[in-house]
Design a protein around this ligand. Structure first.
Ligand SMILES: C[S@@+](CC[C@H](N)C(=O)[O-])C[C@H]1O[C@@H](n2cnc3c(N)ncnc32)[C@H](O)[C@@H]1O
Length: 297
């Protein structure tokens, strides 16, 4: 699947997701290794640097040679591996550098090469580490499409929210039931959704799962029951942002002394004009929001 690059909502989602990973890892966020998928944007590298992670603690991976070349050019201090992400994480484990976090920000929908790949990656991670997994909502194929349709037929909430909850539930169930042979399970803690609209008019709804690697015996012995319990506990968040949301956030972060351009993967030169708008009060009504969804019982 071809990746068409950043959108404003993606920038804000990326920042929100890494803040959550930081919170979950505590001090290990600064000392551990983080593995990310690059693309030629290397947006996650930018956000991690903005959050103060040392460049030597970031490993960027991609199977695409152009993505690797562009990322090396943009961030020369980062270690870049041109290989399948599961092979890369296995290599790190063999080197004694088991990652604190892995963010698999895929461009494809839920399928074996995305969620299945995430399970493969968990085989080389340690308990307590964090796995984030991003996929497109919609365009599922085969068994995945069938499962989505069954869940849709049973649903009762609004169409938009239902699309989110049912895919989140499906992903949790898959993570618990298809991880046979793995030592640990990725246990979802949060699901995020955001809508990306590109200048071309192309629209995609994204789903991101943040999970923690767990050795809890019941996740293995009672996967379906555990998935139902998890669905009640897990938090669902909607990120509401568009191109008007970047300026207010960037200028606020810059005023707080943060590296806003790195955190949001934007040009450094755009920060002063954003700040000027803020001073003039242009931004009063355009803040991005992360809304916690209350799931109907
Ligand atoms: C959505 S892009 C990543 C965007 C990036 N995280 C960012 O924030 O800018 C996904 C990238 O993952 C790469 N990719 C997909 N499957 C992969 C795999 N199994 N191993 C390594 N790279 C993979 C694709 O070539 C693509 O460049």
């Amino acid at each position: 699947v071809k990746y068409s690059g950043d959108t404003p909502a993606k920038k804000i989602a990326r920042y929100a997701i890494w803040l959550r990973v930081k919170e979950l890892l505590g001090p290990r966020f600064q000392t551990g290794t983080h593995v990310v998928l690059l693309s030629s944007e290397a947006g996650d590298v930018s956000t991690l640097l903005g959050l103060g992670v040392h460049p030597h603690h970031i490993v960027g991976v991609d199977i695409d040679v152009h993505a690797i070349a562009a990322s090396r050019h943009k961030f020369p201090e980062i270690r870049c591996l041109k290989e399948d992400v599961a092979a890369a994480v296995r290599q790190l484990k063999e080197e004694g550098q088991s990652p604190a976090s892995v963010y698999l920000d895929f461009c494809g929908s839920m399928k074996d090469t995305t969620v299945g790949k995430a399970i493969e990656v968990t085989g080389y991670m340690d308990a307590g580490s964090v796995l984030a997994l991003g996929v497109k909502m919609g365009r599922e194929m085969g068994d995945w499409a069938e499962d989505v349709n069954t869940a849709k037929a049973m649903g009762s909430t609004s169409v938009d929210s239902r699309a989110f909850y049912l895919r989140a539930d499906l992903m949790t169930r898959y993570l618990f039931t298809k991880s046979n042979g793995q030592r640990l399970r990725a246990e979802p803690l949060d699901y995020y959704r955001y809508n990306s609209t590109r200048v071309t008019g192309e629209h995609s709804a994204m789903l991101v799962c943040i999970s923690r690697l767990s050795a809890k015996p019941e996740l293995k012995s009672k996967p379906l029951e555990s998935a139902v319990k998890n669905a009640r506990r897990v938090e669902h968040h909607s990120i509401i942002a568009d191109y008007q949301s970047i300026g207010p956030l960037a200028s606020r972060l810059a005023e707080q002394g943060e590296d806003a351009h790195l955190l949001l993967n934007i040009q450094k030169e755009s920060i002063p004009p954003f700040k000027a708008h803020r001073t003039r009060g242009t931004y009063d009504s355009a803040r991005p929001r992360v809304v916690r969804n209350k799931r109907p019982s």
